[in-house]
Design a binder for this molecule. Structure first.
Ligand SMILES: Nc1ncnc2c1ncn2[C@@H]1O[C@H](COP(=O)(O)OP(=O)(O)OP(=O)(O)O)[C@@H](O)[C@H]1O
Ligand SMILES: [Mg+2]
Length: 225
């Protein structure tokens, strides 16, 4: 997938309504253009649509209406298989609650992201070790995630997000469960990744994180501005 010509992300009038007795208009006609290499931060109150937006951008959910182009490619008509393939190769995710397999080691968690994509076991192990070194956990590769601190877990999650070389890393409150020291470590890693050309989109309540953004956005009641 070439990311040079078009913006890496181009959403037009993207809406997401959750059906129910009272439908919830979680996102209302969002327009968003993100150039390759940007560092985007999104702030907004609870329930304003931040996670919904990230789920759409990450191809974890589909819009009710509107268009979403990722790497120049319209995603609306993709089959579920094609969406999964594109998600696995183009996007990395980091969540507030880490979403790791606690009974597995750090290396196993990172490797899995590659094994799902058909990377061979030896190459996956090598690349996982490299990604863990990058986040300062080279010496913890064989430690079970269950026994790691929150800050260490989030660094494992970042290693997992980036091991496949995604164009975009989407983060939903990545420092939300961390103290200020560990938040700082995570922020440094995101800044590093961005310097190396990875496009970063971060949802945050944390003013220190928001201030890192080269493109700072706010969302209120599903309206992005
Ligand atoms: N699967 C769903 N079904 C029904 N309503 C949903 C669903 N997901 C989200 N919503 C609703 O959509 C609105 C936006 O939710 P969203 O999770 O995007 O908010 P948020 O900005 O991430 O909030 P927070 O800061 O608390 O995480 C909320 O009113 C929420 O209740
Ligand atoms: Mg949320």
């Amino acid at each position: 997938m070439s990311m040079q010509a078009a913006p890496v992300i181009e959403a037009r009038r993207l809406s997401r309504t959750f059906a129910g007795p009272i439908p919830v208009h979680a996102l209302r006609e969002v327009d968003l253009t993100v150039q390759s290499g940007a560092f985007v931060t999104v702030v907004g109150p609870s329930g304003s649509g931040k996670s919904t937006l990230l789920q759409l951008l990450g191809l974890l959910d589909t819009p009710t209406s509107g268009s979403y182009r990722l790497g120049g490619r319209e995603t609306a008509q993709l089959t579920e298989g094609a969406r999964c393939g594109l998600r696995a190769t183009a996007i990395g995710f980091v969540f507030q609650s880490f979403h790791l397999l606690d009974g597995r080691t750090a290396r196993q968690n990172v490797e899995l992201a590659l094994l799902y994509r058909g990377v061979g076991a030896r190459s996956a192990a090598e690349r996982a070790r490299g990604a863990l070194e990058r986040v300062g956990l080279g010496d913890r590769a064989d430690q079970r995630v269950r026994t790691m601190s929150g800050g260490e877990r989030q660094r494992v999650a970042i290693a997992r997000a980036v091991v496949g070389g995604p164009h975009v890393v989407l983060c939903d409150e990545p420092t939300g469960s961390l103290d200020s020291t560990n938040s700082g470590l995570v922020m440094d890693l995101l800044v590093d990744l961005n310097r190396d050309g990875t496009t970063i989109i971060v949802i945050t309540h944390d003013e220190a994180v928001a201030s890192l953004g080269s493109q700072r956005l706010a969302i209120i009641d599903g309206v992005l501005r």
